[in-house]
Design a protein around this ligand. Structure first.
Ligand code: 13P
Length: 238
């Protein structure tokens, strides 16, 4: 299983340090073999994660240069960051990133060998328009993306489920994941209002290889609980 915590624009450097100490020691003490990735804000990047991968929530596709307000490869290299989230719905919808820009970002960081957590997901009106419209919408989010990239992880995050407490039914999650699975062998995460109370049930669904968690992962103890749930499932499956 793969468990990701996306802090978004939450937590200070100090708070992130305290959080990482809890999660690092939990992963170490419990000999967790599932993959744990934390995406803190840029200001909280540190040099020395040991048992947990650190990724960034965004970066500009260039080595360095005149890109005011952006972070590029040179700065990520300084922190040994080799994991990135691309295509998150907040970047698509709030920051206005186009599919073309997203694809360019994907190509650049794939070329640099990054682990890429690539997000797709539909807004409510598309979900309400039916399965065909939904899959056509999600398919359009793959334009320019190499689905055979070996370090690709895909996260299906319906926009209407993010931060709302709404979650698709198990059947809806499985249906979308099955159709993504038909296109790629990349691990598939589900994201959108995942919390301690529903994480294990979601992770147990077919074609769900982990979760991408926002608000509920801001609590280190809740995130550790979800890691423990994943490990329980992994151990059961062995
Ligand atoms: P929530 O878990 O807060 O719904 O956010 C999901 C998300 O966007 C993770 O990237």
């Amino acid at each position: 299983m793969i468990l990701c915590a996306n802090f978004k624009a939450n937590k200070t450097r100090q708070e992130t340090r305290a959080y990482m100490a809890v999660v690092e020691s939990f992963v170490f003490a419990n000999e967790i073999r599932d993959t744990v990735i934390v995406f803190p804000p840029f200001t909280a990047l540190e040099h020395d994660p040991r048992n947990v991968l650190i990724g960034v929530q965004n970066a500009y596709p260039a080595l360095k240069g005149a890109f005011t307000g952006e972070i590029t490869l040179e700065q990520l290299d300084e922190f040994d960051v080799k994991t990135i989230l691309i295509g998150h719905s907040e970047r698509r919808h709030i920051l206005g990133e186009t599919q073309e820009e997203i694809a360019q970002k994907f190509r650049f960081f794939a070329q640099e060998g990054f682990v890429i957590v690539y997000c797709v997901g539909e807004p409510l009106e598309v979900r309400e328009a039916g399965d065909e419209a939904l899959m056509a919408y999600v398919d359009a989010q793959y334009v320019g993306i190499d689905l055979t990239y070996p370090d690709l992880i895909i996260a299906y995050e319906p926009v209407w489920a993010i931060g709302t407490g709404l979650v698709p039914t198990n059947d809806q999650i499985q249906a979308v994941h099955a159709s993504i699975r038909a296109k790629t062998s990349a691990p598939l995460l589900y994201g959108g209002s995942v919390k301690v109370e529903n994480a294990q049930e979601i992770m147990a669904l077919s074609n769900v290889d982990g979760v991408l968690v926002g608000s509920a992962a801001l609590s280190a103890s809740d995130f550790c609980e979800m890691i423990a749930q994943a490990t329980e499932l992994t151990t059961k499956g062995e």
